[in-house]
Design a protein around this ligand. Structure first.
Ligand code: ADP
Ligand code: MG
Length: 461
């Protein structure tokens, strides 16, 4: 995957757009890559905040690179030699395969195994430690479980450790913290394989294609700790689930630790095979609850201390009030404020905060409700609003109802069961079906797609 999109994915859109979008590749010289940013300020900021991460991603994409130099300059794409004239992501793309950092590599078994193994684990972000994780009521249980696993991996009551919760609440952070602790400490350090469920699937498919499934399995089963992030991705991917299930059993039987994260609890992950679901719930299941105002304030304060930035309490309170769902966004907003203050050499005030975060705050103020979606969609298709919740199944009412369910899923943070309930107490599988049906129609029928898009725009504006 391109370094650029990896970065974007890791740091989130807000931060990426603020700091990293303008970065270009100047060139590669021996073991050093040079990237450029247009101003000194941006260079310093990127160097201190993302330097480590950028180097890590580069090394992952191209093992020959040892250093990444971050400099001020504009890309000279026209004069650059062929192959270096693209944004740095493009170049990296051609530099497969991606090896793991050395401390995570497994014991070499055979050539083929090494090759598969190298591609197996994603790097752990050095910033995601237990120390930098702010503990409060909503996450203290998950935190304690993660700590316990890091201290005593493979212990029966905590195997697997299943972490679940909404986006940006710290699941990935805690998993990395466990992994970092285990690879740093311990003699010998544990072999940790961490990857997203998506990556797991792609690796598995690639192994099948290159007839390396045995190596794939051998490698996975040789690690001490296997961590799979965002397991919900495997819903509906039956073969991959099957493979994961067998790996899972082999590892647990051998006393190895498994850590899994998902957006829902095992019992709510419908679409996952029953026996897998059962096994996932057999160890410790820990929920990361939505943040409270107090926790958000503590997180903001911790980030200010780390960044050595003075931000007035009133501004922190304002942020904690306004940005409530996702810690990543909360962090991104604070970073943006701090940078803005440096850039213009102006103190941070409530007014500047409102101005600088205008776009983010707007998105948060605007929360579409399911009622509003039903009303708009019914209007658009000329049907009675009552038919949104009625049992009628005629196409003329069923299709708009499906569209409304689809939009409810897209535009609100409601869960499938909650949406089903608002549509005349329908089952969550009905909502799921509606979403996939609408997706199919969007792909197949451009005028339908336009219609849905228009509705979406109307509801969002
Ligand atoms: P998830 O995987 O649950 O979507 P992440 O672990 O990626 O969320 O967290 C998103 C961002 O918020 C990360 O930068 C993470 O460091 C930060 N974060 C989340 N919770 C906390 C916390 N309790 N203390 C400090 N940082 C946190
Ligand atoms: Mg995550």
């Amino acid at each position: 995957m391109r370094i650029r999109s990896r970065l974007q994915q890791d740091v989130g859109d807000v931060e990426y757009r603020s700091w990293l979008r303008q970065m270009t590749l100047a060139g590669i010289d021996g073991d050093e890559a040079t990237v450029l940013l247009p101003t000194r300020f941006l260079r310093d900021w990127v160097r201190s905040h993302y330097g480590e991460k950028i180097t890590m991603l580069w090394q992952q994409a191209n093992p020959a690179i040892r250093r990444v130099e971050i400099r001020v300059g504009k890309s000279r794409s026209v004069e650059a030699p062929a192959g270096e004239d693209r944004a740095f992501g493009g170049l990296a793309e051609s530099l497969a395969p991606q090896p793991a950092p050395p401390q995570l590599s497994p014991r070499p078994v055979s050539h083929a195994v090494v090759r598969v193994a190298e591609e197996m684990t994603a790097p752990l972000d050095p910033r995601f430690t237990f120390d930098s994780f702010v503990v409060g009521k909503p996450n203290e249980f998950a935190y304690a479980c993660a700590r316990r696993v890091a201290e005593n991996p493979g212990c029966k009551e905590f195997n697997p450790l299943f972490l679940y919760g909404g986006v940006g609440l710290g699941k990935t952070h805690l998993m990395h913290a466990v992994g970092l602790e285990l690879t740093r400490r311990g003699a010998p350090p544990a072999t940790v394989a961490y990857m997203s469920a998506e990556k797991f699937m792609y690796r598995f498919i690639a192994a099948i294609r290159s007839q390396q499934t045995i190596e794939f399995k051998d490698h996975l089963r040789s690690v001490d700790v296997l961590m799979i992030d965002d397991l919900q991705f495997l819903i509906g991917k039956d073969n991959t689930q099957e493979e994961f299930f067998h790996t899972f059993n082999a590892l647990v039987d051998a006393g190895k630790q498994i850590v899994v994260s998902a957006d829902k609890s095992p019992s709510d992950l419908s679409g996952l095979e029953d026996r897998l679901r059962t096994r996932l719930g057999c160890g410790m299941v820990a929920d990361l609850h939505a943040t409270t105002y107090e926790l958000r304030i503590s997180i903001l304060e911790a980030k200010c201390t780390r960044a050595q930035a003075e931000v007035p309490g009133r501004v922190l309170e304002f942020l904690a009030h306004k940005i409530t769902t996702n810690v990543r966004e909360l962090e991104g907003s604070l970073n943006r404020l701090i940078a803005h203050a440096h850039l213009f050499n102006r103190p941070i005030t409530l007014e500047t905060a409102q101005e600088v975060l205008h776009d983010i705050l707007k998105a948060h103020d605007k929360r579409v409700t399911i009622d509003e979606i039903q009303r708009r969609v019914a209007e658009h298709y000329n049907m009675r609003i009552g038919d949104m919740v009625s049992a009628r199944r005629a196409r003329a009412v069923a299709r708009p109802r499906q569209v409304a369910m689809y939009l409810a899923k897209q535009l609100t943070s409601r869960s499938l069961p909650e949406i089903g309930k608002k549509f005349g107490n329908r089952d969550h599988t009905t909502v799921m079906h509606a979403c996939s049906r609408v997706n199919e129609l969007i792909a197949a029928d451009s005028s339908f797609a336009e219609d849905v898009n228009l509705l979406k725009k109307m509801l969002e504006s």
